[in-house]
Design a protein around this ligand. Structure first.
Ligand code: HSE
Length: 316
């Protein structure tokens, strides 16, 4: 498909939120955008040349050549619109706050940020839904990339080979308290401990809770969060990879959180609360420490905008 582009050029700056996937029962389906952001600036080059610099979280890990994940996303977009031969390099400045490999959607943010910036630079040949489709192909599942694109709370499925997603702004003034431990966990390892089949009772347990969570978020029913955040599909298998998981979630509850779950594939743990967010964070950090792990607590709100263009200027 060749798409016309217009207004191409300049330097595009994009902001993209951290995300937390699964939210307990909604494995590979539910996700939420958080008010912690990476920003990136992008210019495409016609020649095969890479000028990449990265600052902040994980800066030393970001490849500065064509193996860069953001370039992988940009190249996929260029192929999709039939312009892969016209732009073969890029200048990129990456400013990261989202911790890497901690279950907070840093790879989704890189992919979605790169797609949004390149799409803007090229004069917006694709819409958000098409960007979501490309991002899901690259990420493998839609639960982080959907809230990164749209903001808010997302319910996503794969249908006919592509993602379908409904996102909305939850009607609850929730704070998200994220306890980020000082070790990383790869999604691949966290998926490898999951069984291929589960008891029907566990499937039924999760279906009801995932649906209840979406309904509670949409209708502002905070009183249902505790039960709606329960899960039997992934956390029982993954918690052996996170020392102190049960103690941290219990401590969050005792300190006043409405519910507490593994963030994405972990190892971060996220508590949702209407009150006492500082005390919840302290309790989670203390429980991690009692299990021999240093952690930091970050208090966030729910992002309502998703990836957005901050500026599109003529030059650097
Ligand atoms: N749903 C995914 C998982 C999120 O839990 O493995 C992490 O990419």
């Amino acid at each position: 498909m060749e798409r016309k582009t217009n207004g191409a050029g300049g330097v595009v700056r994009v902001r993209v939120p951290a995300t937390s996937a699964n939210l307990g029962p909604g494995f590979d389906s539910l996700g939420i955008a958080l008010t912690m952001y990476n920003e990136l600036e992008l210019e495409l080059y016609r020649e095969e040349k890479f000028d990449i610099e990265s600052f902040g979280e994980g800066a030393e890990m970001l490849p500065t050549d064509g193996t860069n994940m953001i370039w992988g996303a940009v190249r996929r977009l260029l192929s999709r619109i039939g312009q892969a031969d016209e732009y073969r390099g890029m200048k990129l400045r990456m400013y990261s706050r989202i911790p890497v490999s901690r279950g907070l959607g840093s790879s989704a943010a890189a992919i979605v940020g790169g797609l949004r910036a390149a799409n803007e630079w090229l004069g917006r040949p694709l819409g958000k839904k098409e960007l979501l489709g490309i991002a899901t192909e690259l990420e493998g599942h839609p639960d982080n990339v959907a809230p990164a694109v749209y903001g808010g709370f997302s319910v996503s499925v794969t249908y006919g080979g592509g993602p379908e997603s409904i996102s909305f702004r939850p009607d609850i003034p929730l704070k998200a308290v994220v306890a980020v431990p000082d070790f990383t966990l790869s999604t691949r390892l966290a998926r490898s401990v999951l069984p291929d089949t589960v008891p029907r009772a566990d499937g039924v347990f999760n279906v009801g809770r995932a649906a209840l969570l979406a309904a509670a978020m949409a209708r502002g029913k905070a009183g249902y969060l505790k039960m709606a955040l329960e899960d039997r599909l992934h956390q029982p298998y993954r918690k052996s990879l996170i020392p102190g998981f049960d103690d941290v979630t219990e401590a969050a509850g005792k300190a006043g959180a409405a519910g507490c779950v593994l963030s994405g594939a972990g190892p971060s743990i996220i508590a949702f609360t209407l009150e006492k967010e500082a005390a919840v964070g302290d309790a989670m950090v203390e429980a991690f420490r009692a299990n021999g792990t240093e952690a930091r607590a970050i208090v966030l709100s729910i992002d309502r905008e998703g990836a957005k263009v901050i500026s599109h200027r003529r030059e650097w």
